[in-house]
Structure formats: structure tokens, C-alpha cells
Design a protein around this ligand. Structure first.
Ligand SMILES: [Zn+2]
Ligand SMILES: [Zn+2]
Length: 432
């Protein structure tokens, strides 16, 4: 078996991992550069972008752009696998972006939507065979919904690829029990290390973050939260925080569509995903979605406005003209607050990911920063390693500090690979 990390052994961002066994190839994730990152064109990769793809497949851990963004560069015949709900959310996002005025960007998004339609959806624990390689997805908690780790097995060698994950989300409780049950006999862990230098205590749990929002929503009547529309758990959390604080929840049709879709498929597993769309709950905690009128900015009209003005509300917003006038209108009131609930690196002009239009939109509102990372800290990473106990080693990816793995996990063999380096993987004798 041969293992190649084509990119991101020393950077945060999506990787292209390749596991090859007797001519069969499994690729995990196909990235787009993080916004603002320096780009160098990806060389052709046999079985992914060039050559024969009949014995290859691409598996997507989750729908963040740095993991799925380049799927249109993959050979059109290449089978792509991704989580079912994740695929639907990604398609909805790209479909919306395909209506933007920039014709080049719009055409690119339309092409992505067409490729998404070819994705073969999987569910957790479904074993998928690519020739003699077997891939098993394990559901994990991340700031993207329906995200997965993968167990890849061939030639009696078992590899766990973590994708992006965390231990402080709403669904993180299942992480170690899932690994204990299914990630057995693992030889290598290919592990993300975004927050390798951060203690877990520095990462606020989503649960506590919800409490913080609830406290603010009790204090302020009109609440606007700039949040990613694909950070699904955060959106549901905002709904619950608003409801507990006796405020309404109001969003646009796009976000409402995503919430309805996720709710219909997941509320049977937990009430967290159950939203009272029929508005039978108490008058103060009602859900509203705003119908768009062409390109007109969103407004509250007539009875809806007097209702929302009476009870107060939480509204997720995006940094576009659609939301600007309504945010401006309420921002004049002392009872209004604007929150920034995304990575603060986008607002830091010393970082390559700095997003000027986002900065220009949000900063005049003097926003409250309420956010927590989608990535695990070092302690949960250690708990994962100690649970799985990889027999042969740990290979860091998706990190700016791969060498920190050696310092933090001295009991394990940490293998620092270079981008594109081909690593020969050999099995070990198994007892019993
Ligand atoms: Zn990532
Ligand atoms: Zn991610």
C-alpha cells in the first residue's frame, strides 16, 4: 500500500490524501485554497485528475470549500462519495451562489452544482468498496453538518483519516464510543491538527456559546448574528437560544430551506433539530421566514414588523446588501445588538484569509464576537489517539505545526510527511 498526502502536510486547509493498493486508489478530499492563500497549481494526479480513473474514487469528509472545492477539476468519470445530508446542503449553497451577478463566478457555481448531482451519497458505517480497498465512514462533529472520518482498509492494513472534527460540539459525545467500537486494529491515524497548540479549555463548547447568546438575547431585543449559513448546528443553536430568551427567530428563505431540510431528516434522533415551523409554540418564540422579492433588501412589513418589534427577535444575517438596510434600521436602537459568529481571522488584515468586504460590512456595527472553533484542541486529540492506539503511527495534516505532534504525543511514532511524498505502508503481524 502507498500513502501520499498531496497537499497540506504543513498548512491548514483541505488535503488531497491518496491511498493506493494494487492499482486501486482512494482519494480523500479535493481542496480549494483557503480564501487569500497563495495558490500553486495542482499538478495532475493520476487517478484523480488524469489517467485512468476506472479503479479510483474520491471520498469527501465534509462540504467546507477547502475539502470539496475542486471537485470540478476531478476527472468527470471519477465516482465521488459524500454524506447524503451534506451533499444536499452543499448543493443548496452552490445553487444560491450560482445566481450572483458575476457571470464567470456564476458559471463556475453552475458547473459545481452539476457535478454535485453526480455525487453518490453514503450514510455512516456503510462499507464502500473500491476494488480491494474498503472505506467505512464514521460520523463526527464539526462546524460542517454531516461530517465524517474514514476507516480505509486494504492488504490487512487499517488507516483512520480524521477529516476535520472537534470534541466540544453538540454531537461530540459520540466520538470516543464510536472510535472504541469501530476504529479497532488501526495501523495509522492521518490526523488533522488545526488547533494542536491550543488546550481544549481555550475552546468554548457550543453548549456554553448557546448560553452566552441566550443571555444577550434576554438583554437585547433586536439581535442580528453574522453566521455561516452552512454552520447548521450554530443556526439551530441560535433558534433555541432565541426561544429560551422568549424572542422570535427570523431568517430568509434560503436559511429556512436548509433548516427545514435538516429538521425533517434529523429531528427523530434529537429534539435539537426540531423547530416549530407551524408556530404553535408560545407567541414570543416563533419562527418566521422572510419571502424575498427579487433583489429587494429584506424588510419586515405590517403585522410582522409590529409583532417582531413587540417580542424582539434573533436574525441570522449574511454580509450582503440583502441584510444591510434592516440591520442599519434597527442598529439605531439601544435595544439592538449585532454579533459576529465566524472565525475572527477573516477580520484580521494581517492574515491571508482577511475578507475586506466582510470587514467593511460588520465593523461599523461594533459587533460582539461570539464563536467557537470547529476543530479539536490538543487534549481531545490525545484522547482520540489513546482510544484508537494506532499500532504504527500518526501522520499530521491540516496543521501549521506538524512537528508539535512529536512534542505533544511522545508515546507515538509521529511521521512527518512532505507534500507529495510517497510513503510505503506495510502491515504488521497481528496476534490471534
Ligand atoms: Zn478544513
Ligand atoms: Zn472543515
Amino acid at each position: 500500500m502507498k500513502l501520499t498526502i498531496h497537499r497540506r502536510t504543513h498548512q491548514i486547509g483541505g488535503c488531497v490524501t491518496e491511498i493506493e493498493s494494487n492499482g486501486f486508489r482512494v482519494f480523500i478530499d479535493f481542496d480549494e485554497e483557503l480564501p487569500g492563500a497563495l495558490t500553486n497549481d495542482l499538478n495532475p494526479i493520476t487517478g484523480l485528475t488524469s489517467g485512468d480513473v476506472a479503479r479510483s474514487a474520491l471520498f469527501i469528509t465534509h462540504y467546507h470549500g477547502d475539502h470539496i472545492g475542486k471537485i470540478c477539476d476531478a476527472n468527470p468519470e471519477l465516482p465521488i462519495y459524500a454524506g447524503e445530508t451534506a451533499t444536499e446542503i452543499f448543493k443548496t449553497l452552490e445553487n444560491r451562489l450560482s445566481y450572483i451577478p458575476d457571470p464567470i463566478e456564476s458559471a463556475k457555481r453552475k458547473q459545481i452544482v452539476e457535478r454535485i448531482k453526480t455525487i453518490r451519497p453514503f450514510h455512516a458505517l456503510q462499507e464502500i468498496k473500491v476494488g480491494e480497498i474498503c472505506v467505512t465512514p464514521l460520523l463526527v462533529d464539526h462546524s460542517a453538518f454531516d461530517a465524517y472520518m474514514f476507516i480505509v482498509e486494504a492488504e490487512n492494513i487499517r488507516i483512520l483519516h480524521t477529516g476535520d472534527f472537534r470534541g466540544h460540539g453538540f454531537r461530540s459525545k459520540g466520538l470516543l464510543p464510536t472510535l472504541r467500537k469501530y476504529a479497532t486494529d488501526i495501523d495509522f491515524i492521518i490526523s488533522e491538527g488545526t488547533n494542536i497548540s491550543k488546550p481544549d479549555a481555550a475552546l468554548k463548547s457550543e453548549h456554553l456559546l448557546q448560553k452566552d447568546f441566550e443571555g444577550y438575547f434576554r438583554k437585547y431585543k433586536y439581535n442580528f448574528v453574522l453566521v455561516s449559513s452552512t454552520n447548521i448546528d450554530r443556526l439551530f443553536s441560535l433558534y433555541h437560544a432565541a426561544k429560551f430568551a422568549q424572542r422570535c427567530f427570523v431568517c430568509d428563505g434560503y436559511q429556512a430551506g436548509i433548516l427545514r431540510y435538516v429538521s425533517s431528516r434529523h429531528k427523530q434522533f434529537t429534539p435539537f433539530y426540531d423547530i416549530d415551523f407551524d408556530q404553535k409554540s408560545n407567541p414570543a418564540g416563533r419562527f418566521f421566514d422572510l419571502k424575498r422579492r427579487g433583489k429587494e433588501p429584506l424588510t419586515f412589513d405590517g403585522r410582522l414588523k409590529s409583532y417582531l418589534d413587540r417580542y424582539g427577535f434573533c436574525m441570522p444575517i449574511r454580509s450582503t446588501d440583502l441584510f444591510k438596510s434592516i440591520t442599519d434600521e434597527y442598529h439605531k436602537s439601544d435595544e439592538s445588538k449585532v454579533y459576529y459568529s465566524m472565525w475572527n481571522g477573516y477580520l484580521d488584515n494581517t492574515k491571508t484569509a482577511f475578507n475586506k468586504s466582510l470587514y467593511d460590512f460588520i465593523m461599523p456595527y461594533n459587533p460582539v464576537y461570539l464563536h467557537t472553533s470547529g476543530h479539536t484542541g490538543a487534549e481531545k486529540l490525545a484522547a482520540v489517539f489513546d482510544t484508537v492506539k494506532p499500532k504504527q503511527g500518526i501522520i499530521p495534516i491540516h496543521t501549521e505545526h506538524p512537528e508539535a505532534f512529536k512534542k505533544k504525543f511522545p508515546d507515538y511514532c509521529v511521521i512527518l510527511l512532505k507534500d507529495k511524498e510517497v510513503f510505503e505502508v506495510k502491515g504488521v503481524m497481528r496476534l490471534g
